[in-house]
Design a protein around this ligand. Structure first.
Ligand code: SUG
Length: 444
């Protein structure tokens, strides 16, 4: 076995971060629709979280925001004229499409791609498939630019395979790593790939809210990546109806530990049995389940206890849970989280981070990061300009303070000045992250 560490690549929050209510089934998105956002506070909160993880000793990378408003999409809808006219006409004739074209949703990097570590891939490379995110219009616009970003961060084809997204059809609806958990004895060791889906491709889905991942999409990802020891599990139908739009809202895993709410899976006992069977001879899985009696689903969703980062801090034996401050503010969630510190179970410590701007759109600490297990040689093959150092953190902070607004209402998204501001910011960012001119379509 080649030793490895778990790196995080976080989505840098973009200048159009807003509350447009674009995601049915994501309760926070619906609840906060129309509120004013603070894009500057949002990006700084994200950067603080990245800095904390880097300071704890985990490699931390930055994935750049996408260009928004996304003019090529609006032009594809038949809007013509100058870019400013395209924006104006779209807001007049098709406001919901215009709002989708403005979303800063690529910040939630857990949905950027599904990742298979090299130890689990048949060809020994790290595999990435950007998620097609077809269930929501605003998110379906992400995958081509996400692939460019992953190509920039993981440029060596001998070590990394960055695939295209699955075909953009509902039958293969895919939401990326938010529905994938990798379990193993230690990073770098072969493990079990748990792939969680919400409906079947041809199922007549009658759920209250959309199920965003199909079984066939999960199967295709495993096949394409040559992912060994894949276990497929159905999300709990009642969990989706209660607002669990991704499995990572009620479940997180790291190393040998799966931490989840008792409503996460349709057939919990079968999931445990299959994981145990797949892990045979490799490790003994540890299941940490929280009951609905201790934490009703509604509390789990509003406080995002499970949308935490479960990490191994170098040198520490037990895992650390990085929760949003909302977990601390919810008495029941807080009690569950604090009970770990006093136990001798696999989770030994809890820390809280402020990502409130993102949380109001249903994005917790775990949503903001894509986990990638990397060996030393794989780390060396990543793009060093995209790795967070104290210097890059300082430069990005100054950059955000210079370019981002501190207040944005959904109505402000129609302001033609926002397009220019965002482009100026992203132009400068391509220089800071060494991405090269032409990284964004507007630079062509
Ligand atoms: O896809 N919210 C995102 C939140 C994604 C969270 N990611 C994970 N759980 N991994 C979503 O629903 C809301 C945007 C708005 O309403 O303006 C949004 O897209």
């Amino acid at each position: 076995m080649t030793p490895a560490v778990e790196a995080n690549a976080d989505g840098l929050i973009g200048p159009t971060h807003s509350y447009a209510g674009l995601s049915p089934g994501n309760l926070a998105s619906s609840l906060n629709k129309g509120e004013a956002s603070n894009p500057r506070a949002a990006v700084l909160q994200g950067l603080e979280k990245m800095r904390l993880l880097a300071d704890l000793g985990l490699p931390q990378y930055v994935l750049p925001p996408h260009e928004r408003p996304f003019i090529p999409f609006l032009r594809s809808l038949g809007f013509t004229g100058s870019d400013a006219q395209v924006v104006e006409r779209a807001w007049t004739d098709a406001p919901s499409f215009a709002a989708a074209a403005c979303s800063a949703s690529p910040m939630w990097a857990a949905n950027a791609a599904t990742v298979t570590p090299s130890a689990d891939a048949a060809d020994g490379r790290v595999h990435f498939t950007p998620a097609n995110l077809v269930t929501n219009l605003h998110r379906s616009l992400e995958h081509a630019q996400t692939k460019r970003a992953l190509d920039a961060l993981f440029p060596d084809p001998d070590r990394f395979a960055v695939h295209d997204a699955l075909p953009s059809v509902g039958h293969l609806a895919d939401e990326g790593a938010a529905n994938h958990v990798h379990l193993c004895a230690e990073h770098g060791a072969p493990g079990v790939n748990l792939l969680v889906w919400g409906r079947e491709a041809h199922e007549g889905w009658t759920g209250r809210y959309p199920a965003r991942q199909t079984r066939e999409a999960s199967e295709t990802l495993a096949r394409r990546h040559g992912a060994q020891r894949a276990v497929l599990a159905r999300q709990g139908r009642d969990a989706i109806a209660g607002g669990t739009f991704h499995n990572d809202v009620v479940c997180v895993g790291a190393l040998d530990t799966l931490f989840f709410h008792d409503m996460a899976f349709e057939d919990r006992a079968a999931v445990e049995t299959e994981i145990r069977r797949a892990a045979e001879g490799l490790f003994e899985p540890v299941f940490v389940e929280v009951s609905s009696a201790d934490l009703p689903l509604a509390d789990a969703i509003s406080s995002y206890l499970f949308n935490s980062m479960l990490i191994q801090i170098p040198g520490e034996d037990r895992l650390t849970l990085i929760c949003p401050t909302e977990t601390r503010d919810n008495a029941r969630s807080h009690a569950v989280a604090e009970s770990f510190a006093g136990s001798n179970g696999p989770i030994g410590a809890v820390r809280y981070v402020d990502v409130r701007q993102s949380m109001r759109n249903g994005g917790g600490p775990a949503c903001l990061r894509l986990r990638v297990v990397l060996t030393e040689a794989e780390q060396a093959a990543t793009n060093p300009a995209m790795r967070l150092t104290p210097d890059l953190h300082a430069r990005l902070t100054a950059w955000a303070e210079a370019h981002y607004r501190d207040r944005l209402t959904p109505a402000d998204l129609a302001d033609p000045a926002l397009l220019d501001e965002s482009r100026r910011a992203l132009d400068e960012l391509t220089g800071i992250l060494g991405l090269g001119a032409g990284f964004y379509p507007f630079q062509h």
